[in-house]
Ligand binder design. Structure first.
Ligand code: AMP
Length: 279
């Protein structure tokens, strides 16, 4: 497994890889969710590139950039064991050199949900992912359904900017009790970790209501709110029942919906989602 940091070294190493090349961008502190994307890339591509970069521009001023968990030796051991060919570890100066002044902004699909609650977040995401794509030039790039809006935003960006990459989406990997794996789960204390199952409990309760025939999106959202309200350690940020691609809130669910939410458990902000009614 080759490790590089500069763009020049990355490009030289990339040029030696057999295609198709699969790419998994990450912020490190890897878990089984990341590894499922790496394994899928391994299965579908001749070579696999992983980047680890905690992108400062996608964090808001009051978010957890400084506290974001890091464990590079463990990450590298996991990637080596997974058979990754090339790991790119850029520093912030490599991605944002002095004088940097070009940003990538996707419009409508970044406005609701995470975009509304985290101003500037997706501008940071699309700018860094565009830069990563330009440097790595992957044939396929792998993203997790866990970050459903991110998938929609990156698909839109790739389409609008004619980036010749296929976007592949991997299912959300969960702990045995249903909590979606996330590097941020590391912030939870024991009590909060137990309470954190409320996201998947709320999503499954809403899915069950839908299965019983409920099609009113407000009723579905209300079901999720009720589960969250019952947990004293939790504070709702948003719940949504939206069109799976445009992410516009629905009135009636007649052709599938993305159920999603953000909830603070203690000080930790967790997100999760389920798609209903499309199969
Ligand atoms: P991050 O390191 O949090 O930026 O995540 C890197 C990639 O892994 C993103 O495409 C995430 O959507 C994906 N990912 C994170 N958690 C999970 C999970 N539990 N299951 C599947 N993919 C995930």
């Amino acid at each position: 497994m080759k490790k590089v940091d500069t763009i020049e070294a990355l490009r030289m190493a990339r040029a030696t890889l057999a295609g198709p090349v699969g790419f998994v961008p990450t912020m490190g502190f890897l878990h089984a969710g990341h590894l499922s994307l790496v394994e899928r890339a391994k299965a579908e591509c001749a070579s696999v590139v992983v980047s680890i970069f905690v992108n400062p521009t996608q964090f808001g001023p009051n978010e957890d950039l400084e506290a974001y968990p890091r464990d590079l030796p463990k990450d590298l051991a996991m990637l080596e064991a997974a058979g990754v060919d090339l790991v790119w570890l850029p520093t912030p100066e490599v991605i944002y050199p002095p004088g940097f002044q070009t940003w990538v902004e996707v419009e409508d699909v970044t406005q609701p949900l995470e975009g509304a609650k985290r101003p500037g977040h997706f501008r940071g995401v699309t700018t860094v992912v565009a830069k990563l794509f330009n440097a790595v030039e992957p044939d396929r790039a792998y993203f997790g359904q866990k970050d459903a809006q991110q998938v929609a935003v990156i698909r839109q960006m790739a389409r609008d900017l004619n980036v010749p990459v296929e976007i592949v989406v991997g299912e959300t990997v969960r702990e045995p009790d249903g909590l979606a794996m996330s590097s941020r789960n590391n912030y939870l204390n024991g009590e909060e970790r137990e309470a954190a199952t409320l996201l998947i409990r709320a999503l499954r309760a809403a899915k069950e209501l839908y299965a019983q025939g409920e099609r009113n999106a407000d009723a579905i959202r209300e079901r999720m709110r009720a589960v969250i309200a019952a947990e004293p350690l939790a504070r709702l940020d948003y719940v949504s029942s939206a069109h799976p691609e445009t992410l516009v809130e629905l009135e009636t669910i007649d052709a599938g919906a993305l159920l999603s939410m953000a909830v603070f458990v203690g000080k930790t902000r967790l997100i999760d989602n389920l798609v209903i009614g499309t199969k």
